[in-house]
Design a protein around this ligand. Structure first.
Ligand code: C5J
Length: 219
């Protein structure tokens, strides 16, 4: 077992039964001129998480942790995109042509994972139509088949897909840790509030730490 400093109290995990889940580090959210920017957001706020995620990913791979990546997106015919989701976004919508192809459509350049965190062979990629990585995917099945009981979750955005996934995971019995510098939001106050909610009331959803604490524990 490994133990690291975390909030609200120390987090213990067995690397053999722990997975690193990298949420939606996709070009459309993180790179300039993508969906995120088209919605009026400052993507530099999200880009802060790239280097901590890269260091964490490298340490996780080196320690032999199971690594899973997710991508939010939809079929080209939009048949797995709920009508309600299609009407959100203000002036830019899922399926429309963006500067990196059709927005959040599988197979388009903007849907792909950024090169800095690109998945390696053997690391499953979960294509998810919702915000949570467990909704309408085989993630739980894949984790159960590997005997995974603890999840270190990073990626974007903190209060949307990271938090939704953390809550789904907690309800399924996983021990969730979020390294705070490995996730980010277009709204710094939402990032802070989401992490407060995760660790409140004695880790009601999970634990919060940072990249260095996890990397040190994995050494
Ligand atoms: C959003 C995500 N924010 N990956 N997606 O729409 O958090």
């Amino acid at each position: 077992m490994k133990t690291l400093d975390a909030q609200p109290f120390a987090y213990s995990f067995d690397p053999a039964t722990t997975a690193l889940i990298v949420i939606d580090m996709q070009r459309d959210f993180v790179e300039p001129h993508g969906f995120g920017e088209a919605l009026g957001n400052d993507v530099s706020l999200l880009r802060r998480a790239i280097d901590p995620c890269r260091r964490l990913l490298e340490a996780a791979r080196h320690a032999g942790l199971f690594v899973v990546h997710t991508r939010e997106g939809h079929r080209p015919d939009l048949s797995n995109c709920p009508a309600a989701k299609l009407t959100r976004g203000g002036k830019t919508f899922i399926g429309q042509q963006g500067t990196m192809g059709r927005i959040l459509i599988q197979g388009e350049p903007g849907h792909d994972i950024i090169p800095e965190l690109y998945p390696q062979a053997g690391e499953p990629i979960i294509d998810k139509p919702g915000k949570g990585a467990f909704f309408a995917t085989d993630l739980h099945l894949i984790l159960q088949a590997r005997g995974i009981t603890s999840l270190i979750i990073c990626g974007v955005t903190t209060e949307v897909c990271v938090q939704t996934t953390a809550r789904e995971a907690n309800d399924r019995g996983y021990e969730v840790l979020i390294p705070e510098d490995c996730c980010a939001s277009y709204f710094p106050e939402f990032h802070r509030a989401a992490l407060e909610m995760i660790k409140a009331q004695g880790a009601i959803v999970g634990w919060v730490s940072d990249a260095d604490a996890v990397i040190d524990a994995l050494r």
